[in-house]
Design a protein around this ligand. Structure first.
Ligand SMILES: Nc1ncnc2c1ncn2[C@@H]1O[C@H](COP(=O)(O)OP(=O)(O)O)[C@@H](O)[C@H]1O
Ligand SMILES: [Mg+2]
Length: 310
């Protein structure tokens, strides 16, 4: 099995990261975008990687599309809307403590699933579609239904669906909404990539094994539970395994570790690598991102050889 076309769906925001005083550096980030970006760097020309989103028709949106294309991602799965622009967040540093301020409530990405025909067109021909709980949280209830329908159609045409619940309380109207909405998406996924702390917060799971048990009842495919520095627990068609995590030698910033993990896992699976090797690739990529400030590793450090993915 190999996947030739891998798509991530969600929101990328303009990122303002502090340089000291009132100076900031502008970047672009967002959970599923970070995953798409790392997959593209690691896979090189071995597969097409695209980020399905909606941006504006303004110059900052142009800059985003230009940057992603020059970093090797497909540009033609990005749609445009004239009425809105990209969301933005600013990172504030107080010593080593980071806090985040968001301006994303009317972002263009919230229109991703407004038009079923367009979304189906963007997702067509995909071998893998990856999305997250954040992708769903930013949509209206009607748009969530549209997304579910488009995913169902893609799946019927042969795409595998991958899902990271990535719980962000500020994006939901209470935990009950998450409990009502997410299981429908998880039940239509082939690969689940949750983090234990998120699952514990929403479902009160007692342990990563309890998370696996709960999710096995929803998804008969691949379930990989991340747990920070703790071991990774996997269940593949009900066959469980535990994969210790190496202690980080140079931990600078945990931002984006889970997104990079997902990228390593999915990139390895795209090449047909089985569970143990794919988890190892995921852990390697996450460990690398921990060494860099922000959500991405330096792309000079990335490439197929890093993960043994030649
Ligand atoms: N403190 C840590 N030490 C070593 N590895 C870590 C640490 N935090 C995260 N990782 C790596 O990143 C992966 C994802 O981390 P996790 O914190 O579970 O996800 P998220 O970033 O989504 O919260 C882990 O499985 C592990 O490989
Ligand atoms: Mg996460």
């Amino acid at each position: 099995m190999t996947w030739r076309r891998l798509l991530c769906v969600g929101e990328a925001m303009i990122e303002l990261a502090p340089l000291g005083g009132a100076r900031y550096q502008r970047g672009f980030a967002g959970d599923t975008f970070n995953t798409a970006w790392h997959m593209a760097q690691v896979l090189g020309g071995q597969a097409e990687v695209g980020f399905v989103t909606t941006v504006g028709e303004d110059t900052i949106s142009d800059a985003f599309v230009k940057e992603l294309a020059s970093d090797g991602l497909l540009a033609d799965v990005v749609s445009r809307t004239a009425d809105r622009t990209m969301g933005l967040y600013l990172i504030e540093l107080d010593g080593v403590e980071r806090s985040f301020h968001y301006w994303r409530s009317v972002s263009a990405a919230r229109a991703i699933a407004d038009d079923l025909a367009q979304l189906r067109q963007s997702l067509s021909e995909a071998d893998l579609i990856h999305l997250s709980g954040i992708t769903i949280a930013i949509l209206t209830p009607a748009a969530r239904e549209t997304l579910l329908e488009a995913l169902g159609a893609a799946r019927a045409e042969g795409a595998q669906i991958s899902f990271d619940p990535n719980y962000r309380p500020a994006l939901w109207n209470g935990v009950q909404e998450v409990r009502d909405v997410l299981p429908g998406f998880m039940a239509s996924a082939d690969i689940l990539l949750p983090s234990f702390d998120d699952e514990q917060n929403v479902w009160e799971d007692a342990s990563p094994e309890a998370t696996l048990g709960r999710l096995e009842a929803l998804c008969t495919g691949e379930i990989i539970v991340k747990d920070g520095a703790g071991p990774v627990c996997a269940s593949i068609g009900g066959d469980r395994s535990v994969h210790p995590t190496r202690k980080s030698e140079d931990l600078r910033d945990t931002t984006g570790a889970g997104d990079a993990f997902n990228a390593g896992y999915l990139a390895a699976r795209a090449l047909g690598i089985e569970t143990r090797g794919a988890v190892q690739a995921a852990q390697e990529l996450a460990a690398l991102v921990l060494q860099y400030p922000g959500a991405r590793a330096d792309n000079r450090m990335l490439g197929p050889s890093l993960l043994g993915l030649q």
